[in-house]
Design a protein around this ligand. Sequence first.
Ligand SMILES: [Zn+2]
Length: 461
Amino acid sequence: MKAFMDRDFLLSTETAKHLYHDFAAPQPIIDYHCHLSPQEIFEDRKFENITQVWLGGDHYKWRLMRSAGVDERYITGDATDREKFQKWAETLGLAAGNPLYHWSHLELRNYFGYTGALNGDTAEEVWQLCNEKLKELSARRLIVNSNVKALCTTDDPADSLEWHKKIAEDGSFGVKVLPSYRPDKALGIEKEDYVNYLARLGTIRSFAELAGALKERLAFFVSLGCRVSDHGMESVPYAEATEAEVEAIFRKRLAGEIPSALEQKQFKTALLLELGREYHRLGVVMQLHFGVIRDNSHRVFRALGPDAGIDSIGDQPSIKELAAFLGALDDTDELPKTILYSLNPNDNAALVTVMGAFQTGEAVGKVQHGSAWWFNDHKAGMVEQLTTLAADGYLAGFVGMLTDSRSFLSYARHEYFRRILCELLGSWVENGEYPNDDKALRTIVEGISYKNAERYFGLAE
Ligand SMILES: [Zn+2]
């Protein structure tokens, strides 16, 4: 029997151990998509206790606790932090096979030096240990200790980016903290507060003015080092319309009328195409996140708002529309570097083949299949994403892992990913399916762990 989560956790062969310890582990981290607060980084936030770090905003943990029958009072309610930690420890202790089990224990090992197993019985000793260690830890120290070279936060175009500016001006922090451009609200024409949102972008009287304002904001983001944009949606839309039709749809919305479903799609297509061309012109990577159904429990949504652990995988992504959208940009050779993420793993093979149709010499893996995302961010999901990408695409060009997290402890997810990658590659070598060629293996492992992302996002010094 192997020891519990020891040095060779998830590594079952000599080749896998060699690839991980000698090639993957020493590589720094580029976290090109996360939801950390730049304000907390600038102010170098400290945390009073482990509940604040772990349970403060982590809806992955909230839904696991609900699944274990824990009362909401101990999740997002008014129980004390110690009481909440107890319920979390009891929940986690039995969560065999859940990635939160592995992530949490990697975090306990890497940041707090705790090598035991957290459960209801050990909760008190872990609580004491973590809170003692947290006195020496802070947002910046956690990032630096994790060997992070650059991280990309997620920001609205209307954001002043004040905290990014302050971090850059301050100059004392050696890690690049770059904004990402996420204009979901500008695309959300069906939303009730849409017109109020537009006011945040300036005086907008037409679709042309909206596109102009968004491009101006994008240029501002780029001036502060932005390398990547992000779009979240149920599915990637594609419906053609003339310029005049799009202007008419937009004016209708300004007048207070909600456009029809087709009109919404036409508007979104037109705006996404405008943005896509601009991303291409400025060398900004376009990320498309789709396949999600958000806020399924209206009851919880009313109490807690979005990102409360009530989302799910959807079945709506239209591969045909996605391909048409990418094709429209590719038509004039204005398709930016693009990363596709579907929350529905059934889409993986289709996505990888759509990507293959649009690859060019512009970049290694110009169109990427994003790493296993959210509900797929576990061992089986990662193996499935890596295997599909290898079979129908070019695994060696993959830009690899990101945390997509709100927590400063989540860098352990990069370690988790690298171990799974090395175990998979190692198994192919051990099985005689790929040669034991150290030079090539090193290129692949270092590339996927770090170097591909550095090149792809243009982050080399
Ligand atoms: Zn995200």
